[in-house]
Design a binder for this molecule. Sequence first.
Ligand code: ITT
Length: 192
Amino acid sequence: MKELVFATNNQHKTQEVRNLLMNEYSVLNLNDIGCDTDIPETGDTFAENATLKSRYVADHYQMDCFADDSGLEIEALNQEPGIFSARYSGIKDDRANLNLVLQKMEGQSNRKARFRTVISLIRNGEVFLFEGIINGTIRTSPSGEKGFGYDPVFEPAGYNITFAEMSMEQKNQISHRALAMNKLITFLKEQP
Ligand code: ITT
C-alpha cells in the first residue's frame, strides 16, 4: 500500500485520518518517521500553520507530506479560540481549554460556532490547500466521552448530540477534518 506522512503528534487526529484513508494509504505520523520536534506554529492563519508543519517534514525528511491545522471558531468570541485552540487556556490541556470556553460563554445567547480545518499538502515541493468547515453550537455543559479537544461541547447543526457522543465513524462522516480530507483524497486520486 502507498505510504503518506501526516505531520501530527496528535494520536486522535492520526486515528481519525487512518480510519478515513484505510483502503488507500498507510498513514505514518511524526512518531512513525522518528520526528520528535514540536514544530513551531507561528503563523497567523490555519493555512500558514498547516504549511509550516508540512514544509518542515518535506524539508527535513525529503518526503511528500500533509499536515492539518484546525480549531474551533466561536462567533460571540470574535472567532476565538481559532488558531489558539490547542493552548487557549495557556496550556495544552483539553479540559482546561474547554472549561475556559464554557466560562467565556456563560450567559451568552449567541452559541453559534464552527470547526475549521485547513490541510496543507506538499507534493514534489508544491503546496496545495484543502479546507473543511462544520457549523454548530456550543453547549452550556460538556456531554460525551469520545473524541478529543472541544468535542464534548460542540453540537453539529442538525444533530442533538455532541461530537463526543458520536462514534468515530459517525464523526468522520461529517467533521471538518473529514471534509478537508475528502478533498485531499479526491485530489490525490486525480494525480498520475
Ligand atoms: P498537531 O499540531 O500535532 O497536529 P494539535 O493537537 O496541536 O496537533 P492543532 O494545532 O491543529 O493540533 O490544534 C487543534 C486544536 O483544536 C486541538 O488541540 C483541539 O483542541 C482542537 N480541535 C481540532 N480538531 C478538533 C476536533 O475534531 N474535535 C475537537 N477539538 C478539535
